[in-house]
Design a protein around this ligand. Structure first.
Ligand SMILES: Nc1ncnc2c1ncn2[C@@H]1O[C@H](COP(=O)(O)OP(=O)(O)OP(=O)(O)O)[C@@H](O)[C@H]1O
Ligand SMILES: [Mg+2]
Length: 449
């Protein structure tokens, strides 16, 4: 491969200096493009590939820092050096802070110029190599605290990264134990709001009577026992993110208020007539099927559409089995640290069984089993089918206050299991931890073919 000749954009408003610099760099074999202003430099940057920029600080009404900011935003891979006037060290500091790879005080010698260019070219090459390496690895094993290298997790990480940069409401869907809360925390930590509060509230865990004050705040005397103003979670999350966990459990009346906030950005504390503006990003999660709840009149349709602007679905663990060894290793380490144990090894057979299990409780179930394995040093804890971890498999299921239609639920579970197994009945029966005959009998009972 022939070595690529770096293209350098020299930005200097003094004609004589510009020519001297261009001459030195051309005689060293660089391809030089010259510009006499920030505006001209931007035109050049847009019209051809540039590897390096060597820019003066003072450039008419604009300055080199304006150009630097543009370059960092548009083409962060470009190497950048700033020439600063003698004795203006604060300019050099500013340039480095803004992301320049180096600076050079004027007047400078030919040798100092070449050293500087060499330095920024190496910085550029390093960035390029890193970029290629990342592309070649093709996968990221972790996003904040979310672990996973399966392709579906890579897609998820990219999606979460993109979403984190915006202020839009995100709806996180997925079965219990798939990491919905971890995803919400990751969105916050990667966002420009990271330094501001992250407030989580479980909409299913607050009694309906207290929920309004809890979320929106209350004025002194608004209800019995309110002996002073109460700050709601929205106000507490001001500037940051509010995580509404189990948003499907939010009582209908509060759904209306949430919708109002999402539309207007305002909340009205209980007992007040004054609307207050709050700057809060809402992240919501549910393991329930909101669309179905809308059909059943349990969830406001308009709120559903508002929340569903950026949906993200956490894959169930059985759809990314290749991540099980990685997760198992992580939880063994975590539990061993927690209980001050030596990390126990898992046998091949143990790992195989972990890989084959259907994990109805997803990552939480895996974490619980590993914790027991570390504590009891008994591998059967990893794989025993005993009760199949009922507590975690049902932890995400909330019995509706108004009761439910058992036949409907059973039918739903059967069709859902079939859908998830792409119609494979053996796999669907396994998902329900049911023997095949019993499964067929139930299919017949409901006339599901
Ligand atoms: N991808 C992951 N990497 C590492 N740990 C995970 C991952 N997904 C989930 N966990 C762990 O599993 C447990 C459950 O995760 P989390 O609470 O985020 O799930 P959830 O989807 O909110 O569940 P639920 O619907 O039951 O509230 C936590 O201990 C979390 O740390
Ligand atoms: Mg949760």
């Amino acid at each position: 491969m022939t070595k690529h000749t770096p293209h350098i954009l020299v930005v200097e408003d003094d004609l004589q200096q510009r020519e001297v610099i261009a001459h030195i760099l051309t005689s060293e074999g660089f391809e030089v493009i010259a510009a006499d202003s920030v505006e001209q430099a931007i035109v050049e940057l847009k019209s051809q590939p540039i590897d390096l920029v060597f820019s003066d600080w003072k450039l008419g009404s604009l300055s080199g820092i304006d150009l630097l900011r543009y370059v960092k935003k548009q083409s962060p891979h470009i190497g950048f050096a700033m020439a600063t006037a003698y004795g203006t060290i604060e300019h050099a500091v500013k340039a480095i802070e803004a992301g320049a790879d180096d600076y050079l005080s004027k007047p400078f010698s030919r040798q100092a110029l070449l050293l500087c260019i060499d330095k920024i070219d190496r910085a550029r090459q390093l960035r390029e190599q890193n970029r290629q390496l990342q592309g070649a690895l093709g996968e990221q094993q972790q996003l904040v605290d979310l672990i996973g290298q399966a392709p579906c997790m890579q897609t998820l990480f990219t999606r979460l990264e993109k979403m984190s940069a915006t202020d839009a409401t995100v709806l996180i869907l997925g079965e219990s134990g798939t990491g919905k809360e971890l995803a919400a925390r990751a969105l916050h930590k990667l966002s420009p709001r990271a330094e501001q509060p992250f407030i989580a509230i479980n909409c299913g865990a607050i009694p309906a009577t207290l929920a309004e004050a809890e979320l929106f705040g209350a004025m002194k005397g608004a209800y019995t026992g309110a002996d002073r103003d109460k700050q709601g979670k929205f106000q507490a999350a001001s500037g940051g993110s509010l995580f509404l966990d189990e948003v499907g459990e939010l009582p209908l009346e509060l759904q209306t208020r949430l919708l109002r906030f999402l539309q207007e950005g305002t909340v009205t504390p209980l007992g007040s007539h004054q609307e207050v503006s709050v700057d809060v990003r809402v992240l919501a999660a549910t393991h329930r099927n909101l669309e179905e709840m809308v059909t059943n009149g349990q969830f406001r349709e308009d709120l559903y559409y508002r929340l569903n602007i950026l949906p993200v679905t956490m894959p169930p663990l059985r759809e990314r089995r290749e991540d099980i060894p990685l997760l198992a290793k992580f939880f063994i380490q975590k539990s061993s640290n927690r209980y001050h144990r030596d990390p126990p090894a898992i046998s091949k057979a143990g790992l195989k069984q972990l890989m084959e299990h259907s994990w109805p409780g997803n990552v939480r179930e895996l974490a619980n089993r590993i914790e027991r394995f570390v504590l009891l040093e008994d591998e059967t804890e990893l794989v025993s089918q005993r009760s199949d971890n009922q507590s975690s498999s049902f932890s995400g299921f909330t019995f509706p206050a108004q009761g439910l239609d058992f036949d409907q639920l059973e039918k739903y579970l059967l069709t859902e299991a079939l859908a998830r197994s792409q119609g494979n009945r053996t796999a669907a029966a396994k998902l329900l931890n049911m023997n095949y005959k019993a499964f067929l009998y139930r299919l017949e009972k409901f006339g599901i073919c």
